[in-house]
Each structure stands twice: as C-alpha cells, then as structure tokens.
Ligand binder design. Sequence first.
Ligand code: BF8
Ligand code: SF4
Length: 655
Amino acid sequence: MMAEEKVKKQMDFREVSTCEATIQMLQKAASEGFETAFQRAADMKACPIGADSACCKHCFMGPCRLNPKDPYAKVGVCGATIDTIAARNFARMVASGCAAHTDHGMSMLDLFREVVHGKISDYQIKDEEKLRNVAASIDIEVVGRETMEIAKDLYQELERTYTQVEGEIPFAKRVPAKTLETWRKLGIVPRGAMREIMEIMHRSHMGVDQDYENIVKQCSRTALADGWGGSMVATEISDILFGTPKPLVAGVNMGFLKEEAVNIIVHGHEPNLFESMIASANDPANIEKAKAIGAAGINLLGMCCSGAEVLGRHGVPHAGNFMSTEAVIATGAVDAMAVDVQCIMQALAKMSECYGTKFFTTNPRAKIHGAMHIEFHEHTPRACTDKVVEMAIERFQNRPGRVVIPQRRDMGIHGFSHEYVNYMLGGSFRGSYKPLNDNIINGRIRGVAGVVGCTNPRVRQDYVHVELVKELIRNNVLVVQTGCSQIALAKAGLCKPDAAVLAGDGLREVCETVGMPPVLSLGSCVDNTRILIACAEMVRVGGLGESIADLPVAGAAPEYMSEKAISIGQYFVASGVYTIFGVTFPTIEGTKFHNLLFNGLEELGCGKWDFAVEPHEMARKMIAHIDKKREALGIMGKKERKLFSMEDRRAMDAM
Ligand code: BF8
Ligand code: SF4
C-alpha cells in the first residue's frame, strides 16, 4: 500500500468508538498499516436499496430492485410488490437467526444426551436442582425419582423442540395462558424448529407465499421456535451442565491481558468449548509447561457471547465485545484465539497473521480460510483445548512484536439468572417476583427494559448502549442485559452497585436496599430467554395484567448487526414486548409491511417493533410505552408521584 494511501485511511477512532482500549488499539493497528472493520465500513457505504430491503434475489429472473423512495412504483419481474419482497427478506433473516440459535441449542442437547447416557466423562450434570425445576416446568414427574431418570425424560421431551412435526413445543407450557391463547388464535405456536425453518424457507421461495401478512405469521412462529425453543434449550441445558449463574464480581476489558502470561482468548458462542478450555488452562501440567518457558502462567479470557456466559458463570474475565475482536489482536499479547461459531469476522484470520497470533477454528460448521482447524469433539474435548494451549505457549516463546496492553479493567457484578432475581428480591426462604411486581406497582420501579445485542461499526461503539441505559435508569427503569450490550455497560461501570447513584430515586432505593446494581447482566444472546421467563413469572405472580403484552416492559437492540437479532426481536414482539432497534431497519416507512410490524401486530395482541437511532429518543419511546402500559394497568400513580420525565430533565438542563 502506498504511504499516501495509508494517510488517507487514517481516521479519528474517537468518532467511531467510545471504548478507550479499543480506540487505543485501533490507532496502533492503523499506525502499523492494518485496517479494521471501522475503516472498511467507512470505505463501503451501505447499499441504500438493500438497507431498505427493497431488492430481491430469490430467483434468476432478477435480481430486482425497487425504488425505496417510491416503493409502490414498480414490482419485480414476477410481479412481487415491495411488501412481499421486504417480508420475504425479513423471513429469511428470521430463519437464519433462528437456525443459528437452535443449532447452538441442539449442540448443547447433543452433549446432554451423551452425558445422560453415560457416554461422556468430561462433562457432568452440575445443577441437579435446575434439572428438576426445568423438568417439572414441562410436567415431567420429579418427586421420588432418580436424577438420571428425570434427565433421560427431559432429553426426550426437549428433543421435540427440534424434531416435532405436529403439536406445540415443550416450553410452550411456560407461556402465560393468555399469551398462549393469542398465539393459538393466530396460529403461531411453534411445532418444532426444524419444521418451522423448513416451512419459512419454502414460503419465501419465488412464487410461494406472496401475502405479507401470512409471511409475518410464519416469521412469528419461527422466531418463537427460537425464543421459547432452541435458545431456551441452550440456556437451560447449559445451566444444568455447567451451573446456573449466581452473582459474582468479575472484570471486563483488555487490561486483563497479562504481558507476562500466555494469553488465550475464546471467542464465539458455545460454552462446551469454553468449559474445556478452562480445564486445560487450569491443568497443572499445562501451567508447568508455560512456566518452563518463562511465562507467569496461562491467562484465559472470553469475548462475545460465550465470553459473556463464562463471565457470569465462572468469573472468567471478558476482553471486549464484537467490535473489539480485531482491536484486541493488535495488542500483540494474544497468543492464541480459539473460535467456534457466530460473529467471527473473517478478517480475524488476517489480523492474527499480522500480529503472529495463533488463530484456531474448532467447529466443523465454521472453518475460516487462513485459520488452523483443530476440531473440537465433546467426547474428547481436551484433545482440542490442550492443543490450543500448547500452540499458545509456543507463540509466547516467539512473540514477534511489541506488546501493548491498554490498562483498563472494569469490575462489576455479573451472573444474574432469572432464578437469582427471584431469590434476591424474594429472600432465600420464599423466592418470588412479588417484590419486583410490588415495586413496579408502587412506582419505585417504573418498568423493566431489556437492552441487548451487538455493536456495529455503522454506529459509535458502545455509545448508544451506554447513553440509552443511563437514561432508562435515571427514569427508574430497571435494566436487564445480555450479549455485547452488557459488556458495553460493564466497561462503563454500570454493573456495579454504586451505579445506583445514577438511578432515579425509586430505583436507587430498591437497588440500595437489595444491594444490586441498576443494570443486571444475564449472559449471552441465547440467555435472552431468561428475560422471557422473568416476564412469564411477572405475569404469574400477578398485579401486572394477564399476558406479557400487559407488562410495563420494553426491549432494545440499539447497535445490532446480526440476523440473530432480528429473530430475537421478532420473538419478543410475538411474545408481547415492545421492541426498538437502532442503526437501520429493513423496511420502508409507510409500506403495509412496515405498518404491520410497527402497529398491526400490537392490535393482534402481540408487541410491536419500533426504530430510533439517537439514544435519548430511543429511551423516550421506551418510557412512553412503559407509561402507556402503566396507565392501562391503572398504576400510573398520583400526579406528584409522576417520575422524572424527559421533558423535566430537558427543562432542568436548560436552567
Ligand atoms: O450472539 S450480541 S455481536 S456476539 S449477535 Fe454477536 Fe451480536 Fe455480540 Fe453473541 Ni449476539
Ligand atoms: Fe425478481 Fe420476483 Fe425473482 Fe424476486 S422472485 S428476483 S422479485 S422476479
């Protein structure tokens, strides 16, 4: 590359990220001539037609492009309208997102089957109580039975989540009666994930379903097979096998890399790989090998979602969210990065080559050109993870360049599960969501918001997550988090109990009484199902309406980038939750398809989609929805108890 060109590509990384460590490493990489997704995003403007979902390439009479500015002016060669085209595109995003989560869930279930049948010795059932509770929740007899008997029945039942061709998926039994009634009326109770995904792929083929309303029904059915199906199986089985998270103090950020130790990062989504890597990193024989070549030890960190899981479950430090995965390599301190599936940028292979990091793929589903593939098998997991350790030690010995580690370490409390929220608020003898509901009814807590999802180089990294959450807690909205979003908030210090000072009076009082932060981190993206179960519990306990759609709750994915996020959004909406996305949204305002997602679904008893880019605008919309639900429940309270509104704040700021 010409020096002149290099200069042209230098950008102000403060404009694209608020993460200090990431900015520092982006600058380092750029000064060394290596580009990252931030530069590639700046160089490649998003296609405006694709961004609005106004193009179709479902057959070879096309691809066809409609005009997003005048969407009804043209139709595709086959006559497909903008509503058909956008709905079909949306359907395929849901299919892909649902497939990713359910395939992950199925891997966990495969592992569970082998454990239950005694065919695997490296993993065991760690949480018998959770096993019994999950089994009981879907009507499996538990009283007086052996754990392994129950486990076998649970496996058989949960397999239906995927393979069943007729009937309702097992976890439909956990859905509040009125919500389930709405689904039945609409014909959207999932049968089995494989069937729903197959049907949606069929229906979105050229010349099949060309009625956007009918397509959206199958979007809901498929997405629900993710939320109350595959993702829920992933969470519950992971808790059973690896332990249900309980709050613990843990740290995030790149400062947890250690120059003097062998640093290994696991990046991806499947906790079975990570669990085995923990065992390998803690094995005295491996530690000895590291010490023998002069390292202080083996230092293991997580990234993205499996990182978020082990952060909460075991307190393993987390190096950063999605948009920091390239930057962290630029430290030069990462001796090995092992990845499995989902959200792994292909660019990591190149970046690793630039910095001499050993980069490994481990899953047969996801090989990357330029990466070394060491396949992970759950029957012999250590064969893979010990090899990764060995290669990392080798790289430590021959570190090619200078190591620069940004000195940022942010401690917080992680590992809230829906079970723990129950226990924390209800006391150890009688766990219950009643205190949460009571505090919502009396107005100390205005409502609950789930803020989740990715980071995306098209918006300033972490900025929207952090500003949105600050505004929500300031307005007494309790925030629960998963995925890359919670890492953004952890870096901003909001996962600490002291962050309660940033909350409104009511929420602060509750946090201080219980000793909890105003932002609760729940785990990875599949752990969004913990939020679904918490919602179901809030309905069951009473006082906040009869269906999830009645609750004063809202969801947001302000910096999303993944198709999985679309599936998650759709299952929250179908479950009854108002859900707002940022960045961009794949519809054209004013079209019938857009109106169905943004208004029509709510009239059918579901939640609704919404969109905003700016965090304060997003917060305002979420709070307005929460207030609308409070009003409908008759718990808005007297005028003088009306909580701090955005208008009040603006007025105060202006003073
Ligand atoms: O499943 S939040 S960038 S890591 S897609 Fe990916 Fe998005 Fe992160 Fe996890 Ni979820
Ligand atoms: Fe064009 Fe219709 Fe083919 Fe799509 S399915 S590419 S709109 S002809």
